[in-house]
Write a protein that binds this ligand. Sequence first.
Ligand code: SF4
Length: 281
Amino acid sequence: MGGTKASEQVSLEAKNPFELRVNLGTGVSESAVKKALTTGDMGFLHSFTTGSAVDGPGVRVVAWTAGCQFRCLYCHNPDTWNMMNGMPVTLDRAIEVIRNYRHGLRVMSGGFTLSGGEPLMQDRFAVRLFKATKELGVHTALDTNGYLGERLSDAELEQIDLVLLDIKTWDPERHLHLTAKPVGPTLDFARRLAQRGNKIWLRYVLVPGLTDDEDDIHQIADFAAGLGNVERVDVLPFHQMGRYKWERLTMNYTLDDVKPPTHELVERVCGQFRAVGLKAY
Ligand code: SF4
């Protein structure tokens, strides 16, 4: 297996999440992992990146967590599926990174985004990091597939200014095929956020032949418009930048022949969201 090895000196900050990172947490004992997950004293991170303009409003510092329970066929970061590929990072160190950027983030109307992987696989770490970030006066965003949303209490949701919610597809069978998990919990989480009035930016990865079904998107658009708390929809065109990770991890990649969506297809899908009154980009 290629990529970054645990024995090498690995920087917590990466240029982007497309760096392949593996085995960074393998030296941590099982009991320490269990304690970390229970207390949130430590998290397992692929990396921090800075300067993102696409993971929430303004300029963002993003922490990419390791660990995900979905198995999306189009995943760009399959090295983040396994939590033990992530670097063990104490909560204090993670807070320190955000503290170092806090003035700039405020000036640029930006903030901190926790992404992944799936951040709620490490929900205690996520909750404590969001609380500390809010105390620094920095805007907080959670990028999630929503599957584990019930792990967050109402009080904990108060610490999150914005949820970037990924809805992968609508049809239950297609969702199971695409992600290996049912769609219901994600939709339940969306409804709960709507009831509470938590802001959502919906994210939709558009893959030709896989997630471009017109009726499916129509159903998602109707659902999203009915929620009343979806501020915008980001249609994210599929690309092949993550393919090399599947190859290096010797995983079976099934989308070799899939091309990025055409401009016309992206416009059609954005148009479907706009037709129900949503802002879509
Ligand atoms: S939810 Fe995100 S990180 Fe998890 S498998 Fe899907 S695309 Fe990858």
